[in-house]
Design a binder for this molecule. Structure first.
Ligand code: PA5
Length: 336
């Protein structure tokens, strides 16, 4: 049941990209010079991914904040507060801090305290569809953020259309994700009983971070991530010990055509150098006619892989008992 629920959500990903966000008619935020997105886990990842995908197009500096409060930020920073449940204490604390500093704020949730507090304060609030696990709303999150940023001129006006076209194309890839010899099934086999080491360029690192989080929450497995070229200057030196752990690792390199030209050679040499210390490695070259399509394709491969690995481990891909229990304990002992 839980398996088929997560499977349905993952299958739905391309359709989520055809959604039109409903929000306030007016967003009175003034002249935007800086943007911060505050959120945690599945509600923050959309920010990193939009930043990676649209990096060359962003009109102003943008960062994601995953913690209580807010870091030092320029005056008037637009603060986009995202919490799927609307009840995440770190995110609510960032919301309060943005208001205390007098920053323009936009909020998004499926309900919860964030909706109530935004309504009371007259802050623009966007609704996210109810009834999902937060991480299963990535298509909605990407769509919402791209629409919002285009509307606020943080992204070019055509960005939502480019993304939507890519989601349309992605729908044609369902069979390639699910058939017997599909790449995600192959990856799940490689990762089964092993520790995945996931590598990508600095720009596309959020994609492997999303893979890691999906593997953590859906398949209940550890996964490690690092970015290139940075890992060529430290981690590569450490891939010797503990030998017994490394003997059960599988290294995957995600290589986009948009990566710096020297990355191809770096991946090849890195893989050759670590070859004897890891169990195996592979390179994935994202498929699709545009950067947006390749980006979504990569995300979908990670989602399906996490689902197939959940099945191999006989884990429920929907339930996240430790996260739920931790939130309950904190709420009971120290209500926010
Ligand atoms: O995937 C999840 O369920 C988590 O990573 C949540 O997104 C995270 O705990 C934050 O909760 P929320 O998205 O409701 O703010």
């Amino acid at each position: 049941m839980a398996y088929s629920q997560m499977e349905a959500w993952i299958r739905e990903f391309p359709r989520q990209g055809l959604w039109t966000p409903e929000g306030p008619a007016e967003i009175p935020v003034g002249d935007i010079r800086h943007v911060v997105l505050a959120g945690m886990g599945g509600s923050a990842v959309g920010g990193d991914l939009v930043q990676a995908l649209f990096e060359p197009d962003l009109a102003v500096p943008f960062r994601v904040h995953r913690d209580y409060g807010l870091p030092p930020l320029p005056e008037g920073t637009l603060t986009v507060v995202v919490s799927y449940s609307g009840n995440t204490e770190e995110t609510l604390s960032a919301f309060a801090e943005a208001r205390r500093r007098g920053f323009p704020v936009v909020a998004a949730s499926s309900g919860g305290r964030l909706r109530e507090e935004a309504r009371q304060a007259g802050i623009p609030w966007f609704v996210l569809p109810e009834g999902y696990a937060p991480r299963a709303t990535l298509g909605y999150m990407l769509t919402l953020l791209t629409h919002l940023f285009a509307r606020l001129r943080v992204l070019p006006p055509e960005a939502p259309h480019r993304l939507q076209e890519a989601f349309r194309w992605l729908a044609s890839q369902e069979e390639a994700m699910t058939r017997e010899d599909a790449l995600p099934r192959e990856l799940a086999e490689k990762y089964y009983l092993r520790l995945p080491l996931l590598y990508a360029s600095r720009r596309f690192f959020p994609v492997v971070e999303r893979w890691r989080a999906q593997l953590n929450e859906n398949a209940k497995t550890l996964a490690h991530t690092a970015s290139l070229p940075e890992m060529n200057h430290n981690e590569i030196a450490g891939l010797y010990h503990p030998h017994r752990v490394l003997a059960a690792t599988w290294a995957t390199f995600l290589h986009f055509p948009e990566d710096p030209p020297r990355l191809k050679a770096r991946i090849q040499h890195t893989a050759e150098l670590i070859y004897e210390d890891v169990l195996g490695w592979n390179v994935i070259q994202p498929e699709g006619p545009t950067i947006e399509a390749r980006f979504l394709w990569s995300l979908w491969v990670g989602d399906w892989t996490s689902l197939y690995l959940a099945r191999a481990y006989e884990e429920d891909p929907v339930a996240i008992p430790r996260i739920t229990e931790l939130k309950t304990r904190l709420q009971k002992e120290h209500p926010a």
